[in-house]
Design a protein around this ligand. Structure first.
Ligand code: LLP
Length: 435
């Protein structure tokens, strides 16, 4: 399978790839390449799935959009429409979420090492919740004291679950830099309960990303509830909120599960059921339930369009199809050897007949987007579409080799709209000073 087809991502009657009703060849004429393209309907559908199924299967809760997946002002207009809040991890993400008109109360501030400046910015902006690591308790309490503010916090707990994903993307293993190990957390809860400027609402955990199995999530929930029961008994602490992070996977390439909207709904149902069973098992108060999906909201909603340049055929060894982008707009291959699928958007109805690797234009041998994928014979000027690039591409882009970060276009019902302008050479040199 070369792509995860849906009504808003398909091959049209002209044999071209179409996203959000827009023909990719027209998008390229209008905006050039490289180009990030987002399908508004798919992103909206995913927001609705999370918001509605949390309501349907659990009741009181909220989905937060994990800004790190793709952060720009326009995205918040979409997520807000469906009642989602936002998770941010830096002053920059917070600034963008506020500029995107998110209500500060619906923003959760994360990060394993928030700076003083970021905490002050969050407190002064009225951010609803700060998610704390164990070693930040005194630091935050002191800053709140100086500003004369009280703040709602969640403690990030690490249940020690190993989820099946790339080891850089795992976050809740015992040796992780994130969160406090569940075995050490009760002492920190007791500590926070005594801080006059901190109001501990409950706990947060995030076990990893691009996870398809439900089991690790359920194991983590069981571990968390054992802990919730323990702190209730030993400290009288009532958990009012439980935030289970993000992590559900998306389709990138052959071998990945092609999840439907119903599968995501079912994921929320299973999580909700497990939480409810645990509430009953331990006879504890029902916490407000928060989920923080990023990749699954925006990942499959995005594609990247490139123009094919040189094609290098090393006879009998390897064929490289070069594109006008690469690790600067999509560093996931060079970082994680992530797999991607692609097709020629201007000849999308042609059968793939040869095996090629997609080479980026940066001065790094590892600058590839995909290895050994099937394409029809590509030639200079063809348009290459790479799928599932909505998450962790634009947000992880760089200006290496002073390549510009591509613009972002949002498509819906055949209409396209620029939501991030192209970077110019001047933009890249803007902060350089003469000498
Ligand atoms: N909440 C927290 C606290 C997180 O750390 C993350 C992701 C999420 C939510 C959203 O997880 P998602 O639903 O997107 O899986 N750069 C990597 C992904 C790093 C994810 C880090 N945390 C990649 O490109 O695969």
């Amino acid at each position: 399978m070369q792509m995860n087809y849906r009504e808003t991502l398909k091959v049209n009657n002209s044999g071209n790839l179409e996203i959000g009703g827009a023909d990719c060849t027209n998008l390229v004429k209008q905006y050039g390449t490289p180009l990030y393209v987002l399908d508004e309907k798919h992103i909206s559908d995913m927001c609705a799935v999370y918001a509605n199924s949390l309501k349907e299967y659990y009741g009181s809760g909220k989905a937060l959009y994990a800004s790190k997946a793709l952060c720009c002002k326009a995205i918040y207009s979409i997520v807000r429409k469906y009642g989602l809040g936002a998770d941010v991890v830096s002053g920059g993400e917070l600034f963008t979420a506020l500029a995107g008109k998110m209500d500060a109360k619906d923003i959760y501030f994360h990060g394993n090492n928030k700076t003083e400046q970021e905490i002050i910015y969050a407190l002064e902006s009225g951010v609803g919740t700060i998610v704390l690591n164990g070693e930040e308790v005194d630091f935050l309490n002191d800053i709140c004291g100086r500003l004369g503010k009280k703040c709602d916090v969640l403690l990030r707990v690490n249940p020690g679950v190993e989820a099946h994903t790339h080891h850089y993307i795992q976050t809740a293993k015992t040796d992780s830099k994130f969160g406090v190990s569940v075995s050490d957390a009760a002492d920190i809860v007791s500590d926070i309960m005594q801080k006059e400027n901190l109001n501990l609402k409950g706990f947060h955990c995030h076990i990893g990303s691009q996870i398809f199995e439900i089991k690790p999530f359920l194991v983590a929930i069981d571990i968390l509830f054992k802990f919730i029961d323990e702190v209730k008994r030993s400290l009288g602490f009532i958990t009012k909120e439980l935030n289970l992070g993000g992590g559900y996977g998306i389709w990138y390439a052959e071998g990945d599960k092609a999840a439907s909207l119903d599968d995501y709904k079912d994921f929320v149902k299973q999580i909700s059921d497990c939480v409810k069973q645990n509430i009953e098992k331990y006879n504890v108060e029902k916490p407000y339930l928060v989920l923080e999906p990023g990749r699954s909201i925006i990942g499959e909603g995005g594609i990247t369009l490139y123009t094919v340049g040189g094609v290098k055929d090393i006879k009998g060894i390897k064929k490289y199809v070069s594109i006008d982008g690469g690790m600067t707009d999509n560093p996931r291959y060079i970082l994680y050897q992530a797999k991607y699928s692609a097709l020629l958007a201007n000849r999308a109805d042609e059968m793939p007949s040869e095996t090629v690797s997609i080479a980026g234009k940066c001065c790094e041998s590892g600058d590839l987007i995909a290895e050994n994928i099937k394409l029809p014979p590509a030639k200079r000027g063809d348009i290459l579409a790479v799928f599932s690039t909505g998450a962790y591409n634009y947000s992880m882009a760089s200006n290496y080799n002073r390549n510009a970060v591509p613009p972002v276009v949002l498509c819906k019902d055949g209409n396209s709209r620029l939501i991030v302008k192209p970077q110019s050479y001047k933009d890249m040199a803007r902060n350089d000073l003469d000498y």
